[in-house]
Design a protein around this ligand. Structure first.
Ligand SMILES: *[C@@H]1O[C@H](CO)[C@@H](O)[C@H](O)[C@H]1NC(C)=O
Length: 282
């Protein structure tokens, strides 16, 4: 009796897993090689081989999207073996490399990652994959081409975050609200690489860009307001020589890069109209 139940369970699982217009139970773990459901908190890497007709469901946080790539491989080649549908349903639109090019300002010609528009996706294998194929699925923020007039966005730092430049001059406060209205934040530069990637895309030669750093709350204490992190000794900085101003009660309380400060950081009156960089992290 027990054996029979086990047999039917396996048979049902296989049928459920691999054929037809399937909706898998939500609590199903991924089965080796074939099928199942997984919630993507941050990122997962799934090792092949994957079997023909196998279907996997992935879901992430409601206001985020899924990013599919292949470890040490090319997602375009992988599409010979699998289809990725944007949503839980084999009739949901299929992701295609050609349709994704615009999402990657910094890598226009080489999309390595396929992004969904929704927080759910189905991967359906059309052929059996090589055993060494590793499928990587990450939680990402959506990254539109722009967030309004006179803006431009791109995945300029990594595959999961999004940065947008607004070329309209506004005060620091207005730029802070501009980013927040778009569900983003004024940028934080945690390290040189991050800043170099942003400046390579939006150099300060044509105008200066606000970030979220200011010492308006207490003179001399610089804070990344987007994370309310105080700048400590040893943290990454990129000040122009002689900046910031140490004159008592000076009114140059907001940081920006570019303009007369070239590729460095300068401090300026927060009421000055300048461009800005917004960012969103997964
Ligand atoms: C630099 O900052 C970026 C963005 O926050 C982060 O993804 C990256 O891991 C950091 N790199 C180093 C070397 O800390």
């Amino acid at each position: 009796m027990n054996n029979q139940i086990t047999f039917y369970t396996i048979a049902l699982t296989l049928v459920g897993c691999c054929y037809g217009n399937v909706v898998l139970p939500r609590d199903n773990e991924l089965l080796p090689g074939c099928g199942g459901y997984m919630f993507v908190d941050d990122e997962v890497v799934i090792d092949g081989p994957f079997n023909e007709n196998c279907i996997m469901q992935f879901e992430t946080q409601e206001d985020r999207v899924l990013a599919f790539s292949v470890v040490d491989g090319n997602i375009k080649d992988a599409l010979q073996l699998l289809n990725i549908h944007d949503g839980f349903g084999v009739d949901s639109p299929m992701l295609k490399v050609e349709n994704q090019i615009g999402h990657e300002v910094s890598r226009k010609n080489k999309p390595r990652v396929l992004y969904t528009k929704s927080s759910e996706a189905i991967v359906q294998f059309t052929k059996t994959s090589h055993s060494n194929m590793k499928l990587k699925i990450q939680k990402a923020v959506d990254c539109p081409l722009g967030i309004g007039d006179n803006t431009q966005c791109g995945r300029v730092v990594d595959d999961v975050s999004c940065y947008c430049a607004t070329f309209t001059g506004r005060t620091f406060t207005d730029q802070t609200m501009f980013c927040l209205d778009k569900k983003m934040k004024l940028a934080i530069f945690e390290n040189r690489t991050e800043e170099e990637n942003v400046q390579a895309t939006w150099p300060g030669t044509a105008g200066a860009y606000y970030t979220s750093m200011t010492d308006a709350r207490r003179e001399g204490t610089w804070v990344w307001e987007s994370s309310m992190t105080v700048l400590k000794a040893g943290d990454y900085t990129n000040w122009f020589p002689g900046r910031p101003s140490y004159v008592a009660n000076n009114v140059e309380d907001c940081m920006l890069y570019g303009g007369s400060y070239l590729q460095f950081w300068g401090d300026i009156n927060c009421a000055t109209l300048a461009r800005a960089i917004c960012e969103a992290q997964p």
